[in-house]
Design a protein around this ligand. Structure first.
Ligand SMILES: [Fe+2]
Ligand SMILES: [Fe+2]
Length: 332
């Protein structure tokens, strides 16, 4: 029998000979950068065009031109939301884990599982897998924040669950600041259980910035500058099982060494301007821009500002580590 005959016979029965398969390569994704100006323009226009009844859908997604799906990367996604004064984004929950990082504005809050979390510029608010959340803007001005989601990963696993709350808003059942008091540095030993999905939490920018500034030269990483992880306050592990949130500061004119790893990272420029070399090319960034560094591509950062530059980022390293797939290589 000829091999081609065997192949077509197998095919008729939904079978395929392994001799036809090549070893697949790891990634076809490419780096990409989204500039702030067209995104901000789109958000401001959306805030006029899309009414309050759709406020929770008024978000703009960053879409990589190098992917078969409409997403920022194959595992993680950035969207940006704008909420007008007096608006409420209706309560719901899903098993995608999400974060909000406040880019512009103040005087708003996100309610998560019965607690209000105030939103000021630079704050990070966690809405873990299956927690009720709704957003409120009680200030005079629109507020813009970045949503980071593990949605593409959850969807690729075909396991997405979503539920609307029976009313627009969930009841507030906890004091503001309660999560910090319960889960901060002094806490009941009973709190050590049931927090593996992550906890509703607010990392205030004031504290984050102080922590960054407290880092000494000895704490600096040759590949990352001064880098902090937003850890799960109970487990001290990654922010979520699916996503790590990080913030890093580069000193004026700082330049890092190059490395590569099997985690994918999405960055948002919170302050400053610089250049990130990725693979063969480089991305020039400034405040408000966002970019993706796909997995296993060599990259290094350079701060081009005369002052500090600050990058906020999310990555899927917890997934890679959990599945024993994390690997890293560094320039000597
Ligand atoms: Fe949501
Ligand atoms: Fe890296």
């Amino acid at each position: 029998m000829k091999l081609t005959e065997l192949d077509s016979e197998l095919e008729k029965n939904q079978l395929s000979g392994f001799w036809k398969t090549r070893v697949p390569s790891h990634s076809s994704e490419a780096p990409y950068l989204w500039k702030w100006e067209p995104l901000l323009d789109g958000l401001l226009k959306a805030s006029e065009t899309i009414g309050i009844e759709q406020a929770e859908r008024r978000a703009i997604r960053l879409v990589s031109p190098h992917l078969p799906i409409k997403s920022t990367s194959h595992t993680l996604q950035f969207t940006f939301s704008i909420v007008n004064p007096g608006e409420v984004a209706r309560a719901h929950r899903h098993n995608m884990a999400a974060i909000r990082f406040v880019v512009q504005g103040k005087g708003a809050y996100t309610a998560v599982d019965g607690e209000k979390f105030p939103m000021e510029e630079g704050d990070l608010i966690l809405t873990p897998n299956w927690t009720w959340h709704d957003h409120h803007n009680e200030s005079e001005d629109p507020i813009i924040w970045l949503d980071g989601l593990d949605g593409p990963l959850i969807q690729s696993l075909n396991v997405l669950f979503f539920e609307d709350y029976e009313k627009d808003e969930q009841p507030i059942t906890r004091q503001t600041g309660e999560s910090l008091n319960r889960l901060g540095f002094a806490r009941s030993p009973k709190e050590n259980k049931d927090h593996l999905r992550g906890v509703p939490f607010r990392y205030a920018w004031k504290e984050t910035y102080k922590a960054l500034k407290t880092m000494s030269d000895g704490d600096r990483d040759p590949y990352e500058g001064a880098l902090l992880r937003y850890v799960n306050p109970v487990t001290a592990g990654f922010t979520y099982p699916t996503m790590s949130c990080e913030i890093q500061l580069f000193k004026a004119k700082e330049k890092t060494k190059s490395h590569r790893h099997t985690s994918t990272a999405l960055y948002h420029v919170f302050k400053g301007r610089g250049r990130t070399a990725v693979g063969e090319g480089h991305l020039e960034w400034k405040q408000g821009d966002s970019f993706v560094i796909p997995l296993w591509q060599w990259h290094s950062h350079e701060n081009l500002a005369d002052d500090e530059s600050i990058l906020f980022s999310i990555n899927d390293r917890p997934v890679m580590e959990g599945l024993q797939l994390y690997r890293e290589e560094a320039e000597n």
